[in-house]
Design a protein. Structure first.
Length: 330
């Protein structure tokens, strides 16, 4: 991304500077778009192992965007002022972190350490993207932030779950020990344009299968549940959390949509929304696949006045339109 600075009369006198790790990923790139609309100058740091420059290609040459291809587990050197560090870098789909277990553990631990170090050095506010995975296969439903979780540390998902649990602990240590202004968002399942067609997650899998009239692969009996949040709702919630300053601002905050569906119901909704001829086929349930997941969003409602606005049918329309352009019909 070219980054020549040009003066623009409409810019505020003080333009906030944001660093977005993982800014070429699905969620990171949507955050970058929102921050640009709020007048921020942005440095994106991404090693592109799961992100893609396709997600930020529309920003090429933008005077307020700089792209650095770097692994955030390495020391981050940036001259000048930084006001906000948004730590989004991490593989996040079960297939990705199964293939990249060591990078996943490293970015949650060493990468979070480097990103926190940058925030501390610059006296910047810091936000960690944590995850509903820290609740594991939850024994409490819906999941509130004060539930400690049920995680198999040595199972196939342990590399992701534990990297994020460690990251949360590290963030709280920087908050307590170094008085860094920190935020922790626990992200529940999110969908929308810029998800990778082949990232293995249920939304791109079902939509691409339905669009090609191929069998829809339901894992297990399909009675496990998830609750899907549209990406614009999620990014708005995360932005509000970073900008909030109440006495609970440093506490983990669930952001997600409480509308809960079984995977069978979700497959049926995708078939209807795509007018597909696909049928359902069952495949083995992956090990440690959580049986149920739904966020309790009382904290976000109370502290951020945030609730999701986009219905599943509206969100799916945009997402399906995006995937239509990516999936070849047989
Ligand atoms: N799933 C499925 N078929 C697929 C991909 C996923 O039935 O082709 C199921 C998966 O077993 C899980 C749910 O969909 O119960 C959500 O999976 P995803 O990989 O999207 O994310 P997770 O919520 O497990 O992190």
């Amino acid at each position: 991304m070219a980054s020549k600075r040009v003066s623009t009369k409409s810019r505020p006198a003080h333009q906030p500077v944001s660093v977005v790790t993982g800014g070429a990923g699905f969620l990171g790139s949507h955050l970058v778009d929102l921050l640009l609309s709020k007048g921020h100058r942005i440095v994106i740091i991404d090693n592109l192992i799961t992100g893609s420059t396709d997600n930020i290609a529309h920003l090429a040459g933008h005077p307020d965007v700089r792209f650095i291809k770097q692994d955030v587990t390495e020391f981050i050197y940036l001259p000048g002022e930084v006001n906000y560090v948004w730590h989004f870098a991490s593989p996040a789909s079960p297939i990705d972190y199964l293939e990249l277990p060591i990078q996943t553990l490293k970015v949650g631990s060493l990468g979070t350490h480097k990103a926190l170090g940058l925030a501390k050095a610059k006296n910047a506010r810091f936000l960690l993207t944590s995850t509903s995975e820290i609740y594991g296969d939850p024994l409490v439903h819906p999941q509130r932030e004060d539930y400690w979780g049920n995680v198999n540390t040595i199972g196939p998902r342990g590399c992701y779950d534990e990297s994020k649990r460690f990251a949360e602990a590290l963030v709280m240590a920087y908050h307590r020990e170094h008085a860094v202004a920190t935020r922790i968002v626990r992200i529940f399942n999110t969908y929308g344009p810029r998800m990778r067609v082949n990232d293995g997650r249920v939304v791109p899998a079902f939509i691409s299968q339905a669009l090609a009239n191929r069998p829809i692969t339901v894992f297990g009996d399909g009675r496990q549940t998830r609750s899907f949040c549209y990406v614009s709702d999620l990014i708005e919630g995360i932005y509000r959390l970073m900008m909030s300053s109440g006495k609970e601002a440093h506490l983990p905050t669930n952001i997600g949509n409480p509308h809960e569906l079984t995977m069978l119901e979700f497959a049926t909704a995708i078939i209807a929304a795509t007018a597909s001829k696909s049928r359902l086929v069952h495949k083995p349930l992956p090990q440690d696949d959580p049986k149920q997941r739904r966020p309790d969003i009382s904290r976000a409602k109370k502290n951020l006045s945030w609730t999701p606005q986009v219905t599943l049918s509206d969100g799916l329309k945009d997402t399906i339109a995006y995937f239509r352009g990516k999936v070849a019909k047989p």
